[in-house]
Design a binder for this molecule. Structure first.
Ligand code: MN
Length: 200
């Protein structure tokens, strides 16, 4: 097994009342787990294709890898970005970087909120460090892998698929997004920004 489902670092109910424990339990234990299993199965099938030198399924397998591994990467980031001790605003150098790229924290938050809430169908809101311009950008990701900027390093990922909020918020995605700000772990996001800028 190349990929394994990472454990949550908090109890599923620890993000309540902002995010219902049953949502976290199903989302992590069923949805995220299925992306991990499908990624490993796809890698096995690709190994078999190489061994057999048989490529009739290559297009579907590469698409499956992008969808499922993309899902695993994003969900791993999402769980780590959230914390029962989250909320508030970032400080220090990272706050300055957000201000430099977006004008202010409030302006960043407005853009991220609007981008995430308005995803058509299933997708994600991302805050991404883009090394070529040495800037932070917001991306409105479709599904797990479409409409993205290659080479950028996502440091905050918020799931806007219905499974992320429907049991608690029904069709009110904007309420979910508003509640999620209360559990965003800015220290985790800042650490990811520091690693990404060092790598860049
Ligand atoms: Mn999800």
């Amino acid at each position: 097994m190349t990929y394994v489902l990472p454990d949550l670092t908090y109890d599923p109910g620890a993000l309540e009342p902002h995010l219902d424990g049953r949502i976290v339990e199903l989302h992590h234990g069923k949805h995220h787990a299925s992306y991990v299993a499908a990624t490993n199965a796809t890698l096995d099938r690709l190994a078999q294709a190489r061994a057999d030198d048989r490529w009739d399924s290559i297009v579907g397998l590469e698409k499956s890898l992008a969808f499922n591994l993309g899902g695993h990467v994003l969900h791993s980031l999402y769980w780590a970005n959230l914390s029962p001790q989250g909320g508030g605003e970032p400080t220090g150098g990272f706050a300055d970087a957000l201000g430099g790229s977006f004008g202010s924290f409030a302006a960043f938050k407005a853009q991220f909120t609007q981008a995430t809430v308005s995803v058509q169908g299933s997708g994600w809101g991302l805050l991404t460090y883009e090394p070529l311009g040495d800037v932070l950008i917001v991306e409105q990701l479709e599904v797990h892998h479409q409409s993205t900027v290659l080479g950028g390093v996502p440091i905050l990922a918020i799931d806007a698929w219905e499974h992320a909020y429907y049991l608690q918020y029904e069709n009110r995605r904007a309420e979910y997004m508003s509640a999620i700000w209360n559990v965003v772990d800015w220290s985790d996001v800042e650490q990811r920004w520091q690693s990404a800028t060092r790598a860049g």
